[in-house]
Design a protein around this ligand. Structure first.
Ligand code: MG
Length: 163
């Protein structure tokens, strides 16, 4: 396989009152949380899909089916760890990752550094190679109506033994 691989991922979850909101492995103070089989961590799910996509290994639903009791309520950081095991087994490391989260509120700026640290630690990457960005959608669409949260992720992988 090639020395360098690129992948992209996308995820969305609906929001509902009274559920915990986990984004990028960090608990966010919010009256709304994601409806999900797992903990509903949208950016981690997008990131897992980007990692799997880079190696053409299918998607998160194939590896961690939402019909499986094993993954009910699971911490998405565990899904990212399992995904990274597949990346490592294939002989690759993360070069860098770039994630965009679309959420109308709350503002995510206070949480960005914690998300980058958390994700970098799990991926065995330097924090300078892990970008997390946040945007609203200017009150447009399902994100703007606070009905859901979405995230996009792009990753670059390289071979561990690359000269
Ligand atoms: Mg998901």
């Amino acid at each position: 396989m090639e020395s360098i691989r690129i992948g992209n991922g996308y995820d969305v979850h609906a929001l509902a009152e009274g559920l915990p909101l986990w984004l990028g492995g960090v608990r966010i103070e919010s009256p709304l949380g994601c409806i999900a089989h797992s903990d509903g961590d949208v950016p981690i799910h997008a990131l897992c899909d980007a990692l799997l996509g880079a190696l053409a290994l299918g998607d998160i639903g194939k590896h961690f089916p939402d019909t499986s009791a094993e993954f009910k309520g699971i911490d998405s950081k565990v899904l990212l760890q399992k995904t990274m095991s597949l990346v490592s087994e294939a002989g690759y490391r993360v070069g860098n990752a770039d994630i965009t989260i679309a959420l109308q509120r709350p503002k995510l700026a206070p949480y960005i550094t914690a998300m980058r640290e958390t994700l970098a630690a799990i991926m065995g990457a330097d924090i300078t190679g892990v970008s997390v960005k946040a945007t609203t959608t200017e009150k447009l669409g399902f994100v703007g109506r606070c009905e859901g949260c979405e995230a996009y992720a792009t990753v670059l992988l390289f071979r561990k033994n690359m000269p």
